[in-house]
Design a protein around this ligand. Structure first.
Ligand code: FAD
Ligand code: FES
Length: 286
């Protein structure tokens, strides 16, 4: 697998930056980069400005794109300001520019026939699911969504996003919105009620692993966007490798920035705990 062939590097202008709950909804004027982005792709942004010691780009899943309007093409992100780089980015004013590479990585596959799809998002992991929901609806699918977070302020569910789905279920760990508990607790009921045929997910790795267990139990296809720490975002540094079973059944350490982030959940070796599983191709012998 190679870097996304549609990727470009651009200096892009921030045309909107609004705080919404725990997140910042940021819009960038990206020109024709918007034409090439698909749900599941991400961008890598340089943070800290010229001369900064923050040399690594930060990865962000693309929330939505528009290829028309006052600014030409625009690309939207939902950013949680928690570390140094993301805090720098969300503090930028309108009209500031940042260096962006995108679109990067793989995208969610769209079924050729209309199916019943369940979209599962954890925290800002809901961001790429709204564009996906719109695309699935255009293709005649029924789309149900589950969003989970620790508390109400960390659920990102804009009004227009809610309109794009047939039903929206919310769970919070502290019960401040929706059902108290984690997304996993509501999945079996929703799968049975809506006769779900495919699950798409995005969020923290432990949540994705738990979704895969449920998908496997029900014999449902599960496409997930993994969120492994990334340093370069373009396949060079090997920071983001995770064990993945290939078409021949062999386990290979694969780069989630170019072989992913969207992967077939059944192919990911979820219980590797950061280690290289026994039998992995190229496993070091000590
Ligand atoms: C595919 C993908 C999609 C994402 N989408 C979103 C999104 O939509 N919204 C959002 O808010 N966040 C998203 N993130 C997380 C976002 O990239 C992090 O917030 C960001 O990397 C952390 O940066 P920071 O500046 O906040 O923290 P800092 O602490 O300043 O930076 C941490 C930096 O160190 C790197 N790093 C961390 N662990 C390791 C390691 N073990 N080895 C090497 N480098 C490491 C990180 O990649 C990052 O560059 C996504 C991450 C990925 C991988
Ligand atoms: S982040 Fe560098 S290879 Fe994936």
């Amino acid at each position: 697998m190679n870097i996304n062939r549609r990727a470009q590097q651009r200096s892009v202008e921030i045309v909107s930056n609004k705080k919404i709950g725990a997140y910042h909804h940021m819009v960038f004027a990206v020109g024709d980069m918007a034409l090439h982005a698909l749900p599941g792709n991400f961008v890598a942004i340089s943070v800290g400005g010229p001369g900064s010691s923050m040399v690594l780009r930060r990865a962000f899943a693309i929330y939505r794109t528009h290829d028309r309007g006052n600014y030409g093409g625009t690309l939207e992100l939902v950013v949680a300001p928690h570390g140094q780089g993301s805090r720098w980015l969300t503090a930028l004013p309108m009209h500031a520019t940042v260096d962006m590479v995108g679109p990067l990585g793989t995208n969610f596959g769209i079924p050729t026939e209309p199916v019943n799809a369940l979209l599962v998002g954890g925290g800002y992991g809901s961001a790429p699911l709204f564009g996906l929901a719109e695309l699935l609806k255009e293709n005649g699918c029924r789309v149900d969504m589950v969003l989970g977070a620790s508390s109400a302020g960390k659920i990102y569910a804009p009004l227009e996003g809610k309109r794009a789905v047939n039903s929206m279920t919310v769970t919070t760990d502290d019960g401040s919105a929706g059902t108290k508990g984690q997304v996993i607790s509501v999945l079996p009921g929703l799968i049975e009620r809506y006769n779900i045929e495919i699950i798409y997910s995005c969020g923290p790795m432990p949540m994705l692993a738990a979704v895969q267990e449920v998908a496997q139990k029900f014999g449902i296809i599960h496409q997930c966007a993994v969120e492994e720490a990334m340093a370069c975002g373009i396949g060079v540094c090997m920071t983001c490798v995770i064990p993945l079973r290939d078409a021949n059944g062999e386990i290979r350490m694969s780069r989630s920035c170019i072989d992913g982030p969207v992967m077939d959940g059944a192919n990911v070796i979820w219980n590797s705990k950061g280690e290289i599983p026994k039998g992995t191709v190229g496993e070091p012998h000590v």
